[in-house]
Design a protein around this ligand. Structure first.
Ligand code: TTP
Ligand code: MG
Length: 621
């Protein structure tokens, strides 16, 4: 159970034994209050750091937690908070255990050696820009309905996809339930969504940006990365002149404003684009000493990909700012298996990828179909749904030209708890005939269940548009190499298929996947059934809109967005093309430095080495 709030003061209730000293009492109360704040913070969702939020966040969190009380979402948050708190305690115990035996100076010098290695990868030769449209959906809505200008309004009715800057002053933001936004800002106006307009606006922006970098890397509908180094030298312009010019050009052609960050890599550029939002730009000084100073005081939560789970886990180890990573480097190295030490080093040093290129098909990790519904309990009903999803997945795989080896069934209980069950097979598969028996087997073991979401995902992908090298490729097309046999060694597991990822990142991704569900509680929200649930920029999605294609127009099979009743086949295909690129880019750009480091380095070897060295010291000690 979370700590209780005492009604009068809003402070944590705590039983204090009579025989404590004043100091001990104060410490006990402070600890209970910190725990209460952390619990309330867990309600705040992923966009707490959004530009324009003026109201005190602790107050906002309190209103949200209070307003959510009694909902299933609240219960789920209580459970998740408890689990996360236990996990943090486990990390702390593990750390204490390992540190007891450790030779700290040796750990520190090994950490310093790794830091030097990471430092050697610093590249400040390229000027990278991250651009992000201001209150994107909201700005497009103002163009549609100019009477909204200057008003506090949110886009989306059940759940807000975004809020105007006027509404943000009251704490309203993306991912928040409409009824909670009304509690925070009683006069807020909630508008319907118009995806077709957002897609058209995004396309118009993209066309302008392409003039400045033909390798433009769009990361979502409203943000992208450019490498402006060649443009600057061919036009003899400084970075800030170029970016001011780009922003003015975008505004002139679309009447929409954007903010931008200029830095030597994508991570820093993204952090910087938020600094002078809305309609501003910020240029990072490229000097190493300035960057490291900037990082030192930066809260870890500001690092793209470091969400609320990472924030709390790191906080549990005493790390709140990137500078704390260095101070705590010995214990973080010891905990590298769970936290990913090199990634933390990159965050501390402000080093990240500076490649800007459109997404590639091979970066795609999975193809999946998910459906949400009101509670389903009947076994047969559920298994029929599995069959229907498998058929839809086959169509998507055929169209996208992928096959895969890992089938994952995901479901969400009526209590909002997510479960995944996966099985890998020895061959690449792609038809419903191959996928369905595996999915059914995985799901049957779980019955009886009461669920509100069901999905099947195929991962460990093979791109079927790439011909196999060598003679094999000439003889058989992978899609024809069919086989239903299940590898003998495969066992169902409650896993994410990306098993070599540090645990923390996996937990973060699970949390992100749940983000949009936080407000999806029909009992409490006044949701508009004609409004599809939002698609997060993180690429997570809900698919309930698929159930009503006639109302919402064609639905994109990649992102599951309904594109609006008037969308033509051409419009749908254009969106799909965009989406195919976007998914891969979003995947790449949302990865935290931790994960990126792993991918770049082909992790296991490095990690084993770090682990081995650490164990050696422990033994020596
Ligand atoms: P953001 O760039 O995060 O937000 P924003 O453009 O509305 O505001 P700003 O950048 O000025 O802070 O997201 C871009 C759009 O993506 C947003 O207008 C609505 C949509 N969106 C969702 O649908 N779900 C989400 O969870 C988020 C964060 C955004
Ligand atoms: Mg934006």
């Amino acid at each position: 159970m979370p700590p209780l709030l005492s009604k009068d003061k809003g402070k944590a209730k705590v039983d204090i034994p009579a025989d404590l000293t004043e100091e001990e009492r104060a410490a006990l109360i402070a600890a209970a209050e910190a725990r209460q704040r952390s619990f309330e913070r867990s309600f705040a969702g992923p966009s707490v750091g959004k530009a324009g939020l003026i109201r005190d966040q602790t107050e906002i969190n309190k209103v949200i937690a209070e307003a959510s009380k009694g909902s299933k979402y609240y219960q789920n948050q209580v459970r998740k908070d408890k689990e996360l708190t236990e996990k943090i305690e486990w990390y702390q115990a593990k750390r204490d255990d390992l540190m007891k035996m450790a030779n700290i100076p040796r750990l520190e010098s090994e950490a310093d050696r790794i830091l030097l290695e990471v430092e050697a990868t610093r590249d400040t030769s390229q000027v990278i820009v991250h651009v992000d449209m201001d209150a994107f959906y909201a700005s497009v809505e103002v163009q549609r309905d100019p009477t909204l200008k200057g008003k506090a309004f949110g886009v989306g009715q059940g759940v807000l996809t975004t809020a105007s800057y006027e509404a943000r002053k009251f704490g309203c933001r993306s991912g928040m339930a409409g009824f909670i936004a009304k509690k925070l800002c009683p006069h807020i106006i909630l508008t319907k969504m118009h995806f077709d307009l957002y897609i058209a606006a995004s396309k118009a922006v993209r066309e302008v940006l392409l003039q400045y970098d033909e390798n433009l890397m769009m990361a979502s509908l409203d943000e992208g990365y450019l490498n402006i180094t060649p443009y600057m030298s061919s036009h003899n312009m400084t970075a800030s002149e170029t970016v001011a010019h780009i922003r003015a050009d975008v505004e002139a052609k679309t009447q929409l404003t954007m903010s931008a960050g200029i830095a030597p890599n994508r991570m820093l550029a993204k952090i910087c684009s938020d600094k002078n939002k809305p309609n501003g730009q910020y240029e990072m000084n490229f000097e190493r000493s300035v960057i490291t100073k900037f990082m030192r005081d930066l809260p870890v939560r500001k690092i793209p990909g470091f969400g609320r789970v990472t924030e709390r886990c790191l906080e549990g180890l005493g790390v709140e700012t990137c500078g704390d990573i260095y101070t705590h480097r010995a214990q973080l190295l010891v905990m590298g298996h769970w936290f990913g030490f090199r990634g933390l080093c990159k965050a501390y040093l402000g080093i990240a990828d500076n490649n800007v290129a459109p997404g590639k098909r091979e970066e795609r990790k999975s193809v999946g179909v998910e459906r949400t519904f009101r509670d389903k309990v009947d076994d047969e009903d559920i298994l029929n749904e599995v069959a229907s999803i498998a058929e839809e997945l086959e169509k998507d795989l055929e169209r996208l030209q992928y096959a895969g080896k890992t089938v994952t069934v995901k479901y969400k209980l009526h209590t909002f708890e997510n479960k995944t069950r996966a099985r890998s097979v020895g061959k690449y598969i792609s038809t419903s005939k191959e996928i369905l028996p595996i999915a059914l087997e995985l799901m049957k073991r779980e019955l009886p269940v009461r669920i509100r979401l069901l999905g099947i995902r195929l991962s460990t992908l093979k791109d079927l548009t790439v011909t196999d090298k060598g003679i094999k490729g000439f003889l058989t097309s992978p899609s024809k190499k069919r086989g239903t046999s299940i590898s003998r060694h495969s066992t169902p597991t409650a896993i994410d298929d990306d098993d070599d990822m540090p645990e923390l990142i996996r937990m973060e991704e699970e949390d992100e996947a749940e983000v949009l569900d936080m407000t999806f509680d029909e009992d409490k929200s006044e949701s508009d059934s004609s409004t599809p649930p939002p698609t997060s920029i993180l690429g997570k999605r809900k698919s309930s809109e698929k159930d009503k294609p006639h109302l919402l127009g064609p639905v994109c099979p990649i992102c599951n967005k309904a594109l609006g009743p008037g969308t033509s086949n051409l419009g749908l295909n254009e969106h799909i093309d965009w989406c195919l690129n976007k998914d891969a880019i979003t995947e790449a750009s949302k990865k935290s430095p931790i994960k990126k480091a792993k991918i770049e380095k082909g992790v296991p070897a490095k990690k084993t080495k770090e682990k081995g060295t650490m164990l050696e010291w422990l033994k020596k000690k």
